[in-house]
Design a protein around this ligand. Structure first.
Ligand SMILES: Nc1ncnc2c1ncn2[C@@H]1O[C@H](COP(=O)(O)OP(=O)(O)OP(=O)(O)O)[C@@H](O)[C@H]1O
Ligand SMILES: [Mg+2]
Length: 260
C-alpha cells in the first residue's frame, strides 16, 4: 500500500503521516516513510532523536536517468537507495528525506519531486509493505505528479472552510492524476458541530471521510517536548483515532472509493 498524505498548511499532515507510520510498523508492516516536504519535519514525528535532525541524510539529485522507451528510472535499485540514504526510525520505520535546502538562491526542487515520484513507483509492493508520503502544503504535489504512483491519498482537513476547500481541490487533482482511492481525514475536531461541518462539506462534494481525529493537546505537547506523539502518549485520543484510521483503510482493502 502506498499512501500520500496531503492538505492545507498546518492541517496535521506530518503528525498523521508520522503516527500512521509508527502504528503500521507496530502492526508488523515494513514501513517506508518519505518526507516530501522541502521543510522536512517528519523525522521528529517519527521519534528520531531531535539532536540528529540536521544529520538526517537527504536524497541525492543524480538518481534519475532516461530509459530507452522515453521514460525515467532510478540509476540505482530501490534497495541501494534505501540502504545508503535512509535513516532507521523507531519501530524499524525507514525514513527517506527528499531535501533540505542549504543555501538561498540555489533554485527550486522540482527535480527532487521527480526523484520522490520515481522512488514511490519503485517502492516494494508486498502484502506487508507500506509506503507513506508526507507532502508539503501545496497543490503542486499533484500538478508536478509527485504523488502519481500512490495507491491512495488522504487529504487532511481542519473543520473550517478554507481547509476543507483545499482538501476538495486536492482530492480533485488526485483524481485527475488517476489516483482512485481518496479519503478525507477530519483533524483537530473539537465537537459535534465541527464534525457535522466536515460531514456536510464532504457529502456536498462527493467525498468520503476516511477518519476523524479529535483536537488533542497531546499532539502539541509532544511537539513542544520534541517527541513523537506515539512516544509521548500512546493512549492519546488522537493516536487512538489514527489507529482507527488504519482499521478503516485496511478493512476496505485500501481506501474508500470516491464515488464517480
Ligand atoms: N489532532 C490534533 N490536535 C491538536 N493539535 C494537532 C493535531 N494534529 C496536529 N496538531 C498540531 O498542529 C500543528 C501542525 O501539525 P503538522 O505539522 O502535523 O501539520 P502539517 O500539515 O504537516 O503542517 P505543514 O503544512 O507545515 O507541513 C502542530 O503543532 C501539531 O502538533
Ligand atoms: Mg508537514
Amino acid at each position: 500500500m502506498k499512501l500520500a498524505v496531503a492538505g492545507k498548511g498546518g492541517s496535521g499532515k506530518t503528525s498523521i503521516s508520522g503516527t500512521l507510520a509508527r502504528l503500521f510498523a507496530r502492526r508488523g508492516h515494513d514501513v517506508l516513510a518519505i518526507d516530501g516536504d522541502s521543510n522536512p519535519n517528519l523525522a521528529l514525528t517519527l521519534g528520531v532523536d531531535p539532536d540528529l535532525m540536521d544529520a538526517v541524510p537527504t536524497l541525492p539529485a543524480d538518481l534519475l536517468r532516461r530509459t530507452g522507451d522515453g521514460g525515467i528510472e532510478l540509476t540505482r535499485s530501490f534497495d541501494e537507495v534505501a540502504a545508503t540514504h535512509s535513516l532507521e526510525a523507531p519501530d524499524g520505520v525507514r525514513l527517506l528525506v527528499m531535501a533540505l535546502p542549504k543555501y538561498a538562491g540555489t533554485g527550486c526542487l522540482c527535480s527532487m519531486h521527480a526523484v520522490v515520484k520515481t522512488l514511490i513507483q519503485a517502492a516494494p509492493t508486498g502484502e506487508h509493505d507500506v509506503t507513506i508520503l508526507d507532502t508539503e502544503a501545496s497543490p503542486e504535489q499533484f500538478s508536478r505528479g509527485t504523488t502519481q504512483h500512490a495507491d491512495g491519498v488522504l487529504t487532511v482537513v481542519e473543520p473550517y472552510y478554507k481547509s476543507m476547500e483545499t482538501g476538495r481541490r486536492m482530492a480533485a487533482l488526485a483524481l485527475d492524476l488517476g489516483i482512485p482511492e481518496i479519503g478525507i481525514v477530519a483533524n483537530k475536531v473539537r465537537d459535534e458541530h465541527e464534525l457535522e461541518a466536515v460531514q456536510e462539506f464532504a457529502e456536498a462534494n462527493g467525498l468520503r471521510i476516511a477518519g476523524v481525529v479529535p483536537f488533542d493537546g497531546n499532539m502539541q505537547d509532544a511537539e513542544r517536548e520534541r517527541r513523537s506523539p506515539f512516544d509521548f502518549n500512546a493512549e492519546a485520543p488522537a493516536v487512538g483515532a489514527i489507529n482507527d484510521l488504519i482499521d478503516g483503510v485496511l478493512a476496505n482493502g485500501n481506501l474508500n472509493k470516491v464515488p464517480s
